[in-house]
Design a protein around this ligand. Structure first.
Ligand SMILES: Cc1cc2nc3c(=O)[nH]c(=O)nc-3n(C[C@H](O)[C@H](O)[C@H](O)COP(=O)(O)O)c2cc1C
Ligand code: SF4
Ligand code: SF4
Length: 250
């Protein structure tokens, strides 16, 4: 079986995953890591496209927890890290380490750009038409490798075993007066940081700054501190400007 396994709080990672999945083989079973999952036993006949965004150059910790509920049993994995126009640092190597530990055989990896989910002024609108063409070409090359039966381990950019330190981000969304208390954000928060009984209350320690609640709120009633967003956005602009590339590792 083919699996499309993804963590995509605001949809950018899923866009890249869907382009790849749609051009790899036929039907994929989807597994959404925004929700907790039951333990999964895979087999050597399975192929899993596993997509995560880079958060601070790392695999989001909640993904590591959920991926550790899967036993690969020799299933082949295609790793897909989506980054917001700065860099993915150790995201792919960390993902490879976790998956190999869980018994997957990693056969290919991609680092692809999507719009930055906090600072929307960077990589706006990506993946775009040019990205789509490139991702389709990547899928073709991965398919050839799968068809040839090759399980050669791709050599990835990034370090194994010890990773870039990441202690979370200071961007914690809060509900404003437009909130209708519909509860959607609380239901959809990947780490249950929003109070189900009163969605105006957010546990800032638990919040991983994924921006899912902001992107899903039907009345746009959740925001970040505008001043923080402005000053941080200006400070990081030199690192996030210009068009960054997509990469394939085979
Ligand atoms: C908390 C957080 C940390 C991030 N850290 C990085 C980073 O280190 N490098 C980078 O290029 N993009 C970074 N991004 C941008 C995301 O990787 C990118 O926007 C990705 O597409 C988000 O996935 P999604 O659209 O599926 O939610 C970060 C985004 C968030 C929310
Ligand atoms: S989704 Fe929006 S309106 Fe609904 S509870 Fe959350 S903040 Fe309030
Ligand atoms: S409260 Fe934090 S963790 Fe939960 S959806 Fe919003 S940004 Fe993500």
């Amino acid at each position: 079986m083919y699996y499309n396994i993804y963590f995509s709080p605001t949809g950018g990672t899923k866009k890249v995953a869907d382009i790849l999945a749609g051009n790899l083989v036929g039907d994929f079973t989807e597994v959404d890591l925004c929700r907790d999952i039951n333990p999964m036993e895979l087999t050597a006949d399975d192929v899993c496209l596993i997509s995560v965004p880079s958060f601070g150059g790392r695999v989001p910790a909640v993904n590591v927890e959920r991926l550790r509920k899967m036993n690969g049993n020799g299933a082949r994995a295609i790793l897909n890290c989506v980054y917001g126009n700065r860099h993915w640092d150790d995201t792919l190597t960390e993902l490879q380490d976790v998956l190999e530990d869980q018994g997957f055989v990693c056969v290919a990896a991609i680092a692809a750009v999507a719009e930055h989910s906090i600072f929307r002024q960077f990589a706006t609108g990506r993946p775009d038409e040019e990205d789509t063409k490139q991702l389709i070409e990547f899928a073709k090359q991965i398919r050839q490798k799968l068809d040839a039966g090759s399980a050669d381990r791709p050599k990835l950019a990034g370090s194994h075993g010890t990773y870039k330190e990441y202690n979370g981000a200071p961007y914690k969304p809060e509900a404003n007066d437009d909130c209708t208390l519909c509860g959607l954000c609380a239901k959809e928060c990947p780490v249950a940081a929003i109070n189900l009984d009163n969605p105006k209350v957010t546990d800032k320690e638990a919040c991983i700054s994924c921006m899912r609640c902001i992107s899903l709120c039907p009345v746009h009633a959740r925001d970040l501190d505008a001043e923080l967003l402005k000053t941080r956005g200006e400070a990081i602009a030199p690192h996030l400007s210009g068009r960054k590339e997509n990469y394939l590792f085979l």
